[in-house]
Design a protein. Structure first.
Length: 313
């Protein structure tokens, strides 16, 4: 048999396939079906996801994340002895009450201070002068108008200092630029010098941070903002406008017999008297006053957060 006959009768590459063979018929059917599937997939679109469906998916993800977190917590608890866990629960159930006349300081591992109470560092003469000047300020200078959404206690306070609210420029508050506010600052200048010296000795980094933002002609260095709270009975809150990486000083004064400063996040309470000073991170720790009997006022000395981070206009 010659090569020409082999090419005609063999199943080599040059020989065309028989379209009527059963294998070729099946191959043609499969290829046509695959082509149809591709065309229908191109024409079909995914259904539009409604907001309800998106919320449902987000809720499921949140539930799954909570379950994973609970499993992690359960693993950690298995490593803690039962007696230790009971001691911890008992500690957080009963609040830590700072006894009157005693000082306390809550710190974190890197050395920062969360909450500190110092007793009787302000003389009685300065407190009397502060009370008299504040009463005169309340009689001559009206409180700022209440805006929607503000607490009632925010409208019974004077803001004396520098801030940057909805502006790029650093400006004096209306109360600080008024004649009554300037008189109040000049009368209580020795008190602020005493508090500034205490801050410089105990927290030099915070002192330098505040002083770097103070104008040269500002009398209350290093404090850029002084809030005169004429009704110092506050609910639980955090001062979001205060500098979040530095502390604030609180000086209670007035004619009151009792009143505690509660740190909710630390589960601690401190009975503050006139002349005491509390230093804490007011923007990071939830705090409030409770059990106040009498007329309790306070000074809050801090730095506005917008001085370091300008608002987005």
């Amino acid at each position: 048999m010659d090569n020409t006959s082999a090419k005609k009768t063999g199943r080599g590459r040059g020989v065309p396939q028989n379209p009527f063979h059963k294998h070729n018929r099946q191959r043609k059917l499969h290829s046509g079906r695959a082509r149809e599937i591709k065309q229908t997939a191109k024409t079909k679109r995914k259904p539009h996801r409604t907001p309800e469906a998106k919320m449902c998916r987000a809720f499921k993800r949140k539930v799954k994340q909570q379950q994973r977190d609970e499993k992690k917590i359960q693993k950690v608890r298995t490593w803690i002895p039962e007696t230790e866990s009971q001691k911890r629960e008992e500690r957080f159930r009963t609040p830590f009450i700072v006894a009157p006349g005693k000082e306390v300081e809550f710190t974190i591992p890197d050395g920062g201070t969360l909450f500190r109470v110092v007793r009787q560092i302000i003389p009685a003469g300065m407190l009397e002068l502060l009370e008299q000047s504040t009463v005169e300020l309340m009689e001559t200078l009206p409180f700022p108008t209440r805006k929607p959404g503000k607490r009632e206690t925010d409208c019974s306070a004077y803001k004396l200092g520098y801030w940057r609210r909805s502006s790029v420029e650093v400006k004096l508050t209306p109360e600080a630029s008024s004649p009554q506010g300037r008189i109040w600052i000049d009368v209580n200048l020795p008190l602020f010098e005493l508090l500034g010296e205490w801050l410089r000795k105990n927290y030099p980094e915070t002192y330098r941070l505040f002083e770097s933002k103070c104008p040269t002609d500002w009398a209350l260095k290093p404090f850029l903002m002084v809030s005169v709270n004429c009704k110092a009975v506050f609910e639980r809150h955090r001062d979001g406008n205060d500098c979040w990486f530095a502390g604030a000083l609180v000086v209670p004064f007035g004619n009151f017999t009792s009143g505690t400063l509660e740190m909710t996040d630390l589960n601690a309470e401190a009975d503050l008297k006139p002349g005491d000073v509390a230093y804490f991170q007011s923007s990071n720790i939830t705090h409030c006053n409770k059990g106040v009997e009498g007329i309790r006022r306070s000074l809050s000395l801090f730095c506005d957060n917008n001085l370091f981070f300008p608002p987005a206009l």
